[in-house]
Each structure stands twice: as structure tokens, then as C-alpha cells.
Design a protein around this ligand. Structure first.
Ligand SMILES: Nc1ncnc2c1ncn2[C@@H]1O[C@H](COP(=O)(O)OP(=O)(O)OP(=O)(O)O)[C@@H](O)[C@H]1O
Ligand SMILES: [Mg+2]
Length: 240
């Protein structure tokens, strides 16, 4: 179980995320939605230890992520797939994946098992293991980004807009892969702007507005809620 208590985060002095409380059961997939600039990526960065100023507690089965450095957080099994599918363009698919395991000092057999698992998850990558990542399609690059995170065999995956800018068929392919990870018991926080993707995929939805959680509701209830139209409207508004 991952429990966030009064989590705040910032880059400089001004707070970006403030007073966030969340409770995510083991194996649960939750959504984090909100307009541009709301602080969604910053909250994920607070959990993965990549945002400089972090306060509060984020307890993963009792261990406080806020007290750990980013490499310790990865070693504990919490891995972020950053926004914008960052791959190392001049390196092969295989080498990009390998980078996902460096923090773990894995034995060669365990490492081979991780490669096998990622290639089974994304057969398209198996066919392209020697191809330079920079020459992959956008969807394939996103698969590399997710695959790299999976190389460390995480317990919790922090997904920052993994479907952004992808064609519907590729969205479906990646959603299918994430579904199978969920079936294996992986816990996920999905940052997503599109409600029609986020709601059916998750059990609960957290709406962040200006760095704070404005609403936490069952995704199914929200899908059938008369307030959904209003929420669409709110999410499309620029931050004043
Ligand atoms: N590295 C950074 N240094 C300084 N300020 C930053 C940094 N990254 C983000 N911010 C600021 O923090 C605020 C929240 O940004 P964040 O990226 O967390 O929002 P978001 O909800 O993920 O938005 P989007 O939907 O556009 O990805 C914004 O005002 C942004 O300018
Ligand atoms: Mg973001």
C-alpha cells in the first residue's frame, strides 16, 4: 500500500504541489488528472525523488519515500516513466532497456529474465532490439520508455501521460500491455489528461487543480456522474 500524507513539492521557494493525501492499495491503478500546469508531473517527481523540495510522507508499505534519494526509490521498486517518452536516441533499443536495470546490479540470469519479460510485453521491441531508439515511431519509443521502467521489476509504476500524441491503435497496444502488468499485480498511478482514457482504466480518479487535490472519486461513479461535463470544461481551462 502507498499512502501519501500531506505531500508538498516545489522547485524553488513557491510551492507547486501542496497538502496532497492519497491512498493506493497494492495492485490498484489510479488516475491523476488535471489541467496543464496543475502539478501532476511534479507530484510524480516528488514520489520518485526527482523534484528538489519534497515534504510530507509517502509511505510504501511503511517506508517513507520522501526520506530517500531517487536511486534508493528505484531500488525499492517505485519507477517513473517520464512525460515525453525520453529515449536515448543514438542507442539501440536493447541498450536503452539495459539502462533501466543499472541501479539494481542484477545478476545476468535475472537480467535476461527482465529482457524476456519486456520483449514479451512489447513484441514490437523484440523485433527491433538492435534498432537505434531515435529511429523508432513515437509509439515504439513510448514502449521503450515503459520497458526501461519495467527492467527494474518495479512494484509501483508512475506513468506520466503515456498515451500523449499517439494514434488510437498504438494507444490500444500500450493499454493492453499495461493491463497485463496490472493483472500481474503491479500498482500504477496514471497521469492522463483525457478522461475517456483515464476513467475506464482506473478504479479511482484524483483531480488536481493548482497543486491540490480538488476531487477524489471512484472512476466508475465519475463516468456516470452528471458533473462529468463540468469536469471536462474545467480541465480544458488554462491556468490563470
Ligand atoms: N523543472 C522545473 N523548474 C521550475 N518550475 C517547474 C519545473 N517543472 C515544472 N515547473 C512548474 O511547476 C508547475 C506545475 O508543473 P507540472 O509540470 O507539474 O504540471 P502538470 O500538471 O504536469 O502539467 P502538464 O499537464 O502540462 O504536464 C508549473 O507552474 C511549472 O511551470
Ligand atoms: Mg505534466
Amino acid at each position: 500500500m502507498l499512502e501519501l500524507i500531506d505531500v508538498s513539492a516545489s522547485y524553488h521557494l513557491a510551492p507547486v504541489v501542496q497538502g496532497v493525501a492519497m491512498r493506493i492499495e497494492t495492485g490498484e491503478t489510479v488516475a491523476l488528472i488535471g489541467p496543464n500546469g496543475a502539478g501532476k508531473s511534479t507530484l510524480l517527481g516528488a514520489l520518485s525523488g526527482t523534484v528538489p523540495h519534497r515534504q510530507g510522507q509517502a509511505l510504501l508499505d511503511g517506508v517513507d519515500l520522501m526520506q530517500l534519494e531517487s536511486h534508493e526509490i528505484v531500488a525499492l521498486g517505485v519507477v517513473q516513466v517520464p512525460e515525453g517518452r525520453h529515449v536515448f536516441a543514438p542507442m539501440s533499443v536493447q541498450d536503452n532497456l539495459l539502462l533501466g536495470s543499472v541501479a539494481l546490479r542484477q545478476r545476468s540470469r535475472a537480467l535476461q529474465q527482465r529482457f524476456d519479460a519486456v520483449y514479451a510485453l512489447f513484441p514490437r521491441l523484440a523485433e527491433r532490439r538492435q534498432q537505434l531508439a531515435g529511429t523508432l515511431s513515437g509509439g515504439e519509443q513510448q514502449m521503450v520508455a515503459i520497458g526501461r521502467a519495467m527492467m527494474s521489476n518495479p512494484r509501483v509504476l508512475l506513468l506520466d501521460e503515456p498515451f500523449l500524441g499517439l494514434a488510437p491503435m498504438v494507444v490500444e497496444e500500450i493499454r493492453h500491455a499495461l493491463n497485463s502488468l496490472r493483472a500481474e499485480g503491479l500498482t500504477m498511478i496514471l497521469v492522463e489528461q483525457k478522461l475517456d482514457i483515464a476513467l475506464p482504466f482506473t478504479s479511482r480518479t484524483h483531480v488536481m487543480i493548482k497543486g491540490q487535490l480538488a476531487l477524489v472519486q471512484s472512476s466508475e461513479e465519475l463516468m456516470n456522474s452528471p458533473d462529468l461535463g463540468q469536469l471536462y470544461f474545467q480541465l480544458s481551462q488554462p491556468i490563470p
